[in-house]
Ligand binder design. Sequence first.
Ligand code: ADP
Length: 956
Amino acid sequence: MVDALPIGAAIFLGSELTIGAVNYQMLKIWSKDISVIDKTLHDAIPEIRDQGFNKLLVDVLNTGEEYHEPNGKAFIFENGNQVLKYFDFSFKALKDANGKIYGVVNTAVETSEKVYYQEKLEQANEEFLSLNEELSASNEELKSAYDEVDAAYRKLSITETKARMLLEGAPTAIGLIDADNFKIDSANEKLLQLWQINDAAIGKSLDAVLDQEVSSGLISIIHRVKLERKSIYGQDIEVAQRGDISFSRYFNFVYQPVLDELGNVISVQIVANDVTAQRNSKLEVDNALIQLNLAKKAAHIGVFDLDVASDTLYWDENCRKIFGVKASKEVRYTEDFLKGIDPEDRELFITSIRNAYNDNRYEGSFDVEHRVIDAMSGNICWVRTVGQVYFDEENVPQRFIGTIVDISESYKARKKLQENEEKLQNFNEELTVMNEELNSLNEEYQVTNEELISTNEELLALQEERDRLHQELSIKEERLRFAMKAADVGTWDLDVANNLVTWDDRCKELYGFSKNDVVPYDEVLRYMHPSDMPFVNEAVKRALDPSSKGSYDIKFRTVGAEDGRVRWLHCCGKAFFKEDGTPYRFSGIAQDITETQALLREVESTKNNLKFAIEAANFGTWHLNTNTNKLDVNDRLRELFALPDDGEVTRADCVAMITEDHRERVSKAIQATIQSGGNYDVSHTVRRKNSDDVRWLRAVGNVKADEEGKLTAFTGVVLDITEQKLDEQRRSDFIGIVSHELRSPLTSLNGYLQILTMKANKAGDQSTLDLTGKSRRQVDRMSALISGFLDVARIGEGKIKLNLKSFDMAELVKAAEEESLATITSHTIMFHPVLFTPVTADQDKIEQVLVNLINNAVKYSPHNSVINVACVTVNGRAHVSVSDEGMGIPAKDLPHIFNRFYRVESEATKSTKGFGIGLFISKDIIESHGGKIGVESVVGKGSTFWFELPVDPTPQ
Ligand code: ADP
């Protein structure tokens, strides 16, 4: 049965893939004979070992899954040569009754030609014709194969299972129909598919499962096979529709009788081979032929056919045209074909032919572009020759068939294009090179540019820095110039190596040397003060020694070279050294400090004087830093304040030593001075050391401010005024006692005089009355004097009491006038009219002042001179003045005239009685009223004493 199949079939058994059965078709495919039976696949066909079939087979064995490949490639040995072929093949697992896989059935139909023709379709029409022939031959072969199958069928006795498996596995539709009742004995999958029925139909009659039309057709064929007892073939039978499914496929059918021993047809086998693909190929070939012919006409394709063995060449009219060969001329490959090819391309052509003839790699194909020389015109044209060499069984080339197409135009165009492309290419390359050069130039340029930019930036920055420095320098130079000018500074520069000094005009001036700008150093030295020269020399030497770092700052004297003047100079300089330590330059400035030096000396001596004075006067001194509160005191102050001899003392320590009755006042005064500045002048007592006695001290000081006006130090001196105080006390005590002792007898005297006056009045004793009158005036004077002394004493003790009331100054002046008129006859006293001038004061005491001033005017001015008394209101003050035409007061005495016991020392005053207390008391009275008292006086012309008191505000 395997042999009967129209396709290659083989069975491989077991994992060794032992060939259990193989049909003739398969052997042909393999190029083997029947001896392969029972051999392993590997041993039987060693050449296919590495083509992957083994693995596929083993996979099917292992998995049971069918493997099918419609156009599988296989390299098969034919006549000792390996040939590539294509097969529609399948591997299907064979299972026993238990479903165990025991082998693989392999079916294969060669499709090489189909593939081949499909691939080469457009190459040549003859080829397609030949394919058709081949196909026809194949068909023939197939037919004969069917016959063989038919013959073999009867002989075959393989197990039903194997047959079924084979049937199942075949890609061909196979089935067996009972010839008597038309029941389906068996039908493989493909047949069932073809009929569009399933395996339930097996065992049933054809007319029961198929369309009426189909089944009656089949039944009539089976009838014929039964009658004729031979196979009936159907070729290219179209099966257009089965059931509802519409499709169009073509089949080659074989209806084959199966005979029993008696030669009766018991069943009919149906084999249907799907030839749709082949048929379509054939149709395609037909179409291609038509198209090729059309193309031939349109594109002047020449067709040639060379019989290689006989060297007979067939050229169609197009070929002849291309080669310039007459239609009638018989042509040959070597004489016409080869000779017509341009000598330059001939070798390529021959080589390509040889390859097509000999080399399997090219599979006979030929495709060359070459030039052809027209045999008649000698013109050259470009053609493309495409051909195919056909070989015989022995692989000897038989035919070389192909086409020739004139491609001159397209060649030219291509050539042109190529040239253009080459040009373009060259141009491009040039461009690329140029571009690269440009790029590298660009990069260089870029780098240079960047460098330039950064250099530029650096330069700019440097320039800016330089400009800035220049500016700074010029500002500094300017400043220096101004400063030097302002400071009157001269500059000098010593060239150390040559011992030459370069100096400016000012410097020359300072040395009193006006001649040269450059002088030897020795000459400069000559104008130093002799006493300072060694010291200057030493300082210069030190500056020129590297260990001194070159600094030079000294003060010395010069003696002017021309004017002989001694000047104090302050020289500052700096020496500059080389790396080896030798000085190469030494320059600096010189400044005239003669005046400063003189001032300094003066300050020094003043300081010394002060020190001596302080020491001589036995002053205590203090210096309080108001910021740090640090107090410095001298020993004398410690002594005066009874402070410890050494160690720190504080302001509080000092204040603590002040007696309680003065402490608060002094403390406040200190505070006020420190806060507000100004002078400080305070007297107070401190308790003496180890004693209950007190010491009177007077402290005088002030607060110093720094440059910003901030108060920083409170300094001053303290002097012991105990003796002075005691003197004052003693004097005042004395005055008190004296006044009292004087007043008592005067009181008695006054009493006696009153009695005397009364008696004289009674007696009418005029002379006694005169005497008692005079006595009483003297007693009054004496009383006034004593009152004055008492007042002074009281002032000293601060015990004057004011009896304030508001009164009219006009009244007061009037009272004084009345008293004066009564008592003074020696002078003309002019009382100027006084307006109503209300003041609040102690009337008696103010009157006392005015009377005192009038009396003084009388006392210190000549007889019969005029005394003017006036009271006017000026700026809200009652201004009372007493002017005389007397001796006046010398200027030197004026400041002291209101002091206690002060009297002008002169011949004139000597003769005038007085104690120098009247003005003192007057001043005290006026000032205790908040008023002022003063005097203007010209010696020999007269004096004007005046006082002022505030006028009461006028009630509105
Ligand atoms: P006394 O007149 O008792 O000496 P005063 O205190 O009144 O004391 O005067 C003090 C001194 O002032 C006098 O000694 C005198 O030298 C001078 N003095 C006062 N008034 C006048 C005056 N009008 N003209 C000149 N000198 C005067």
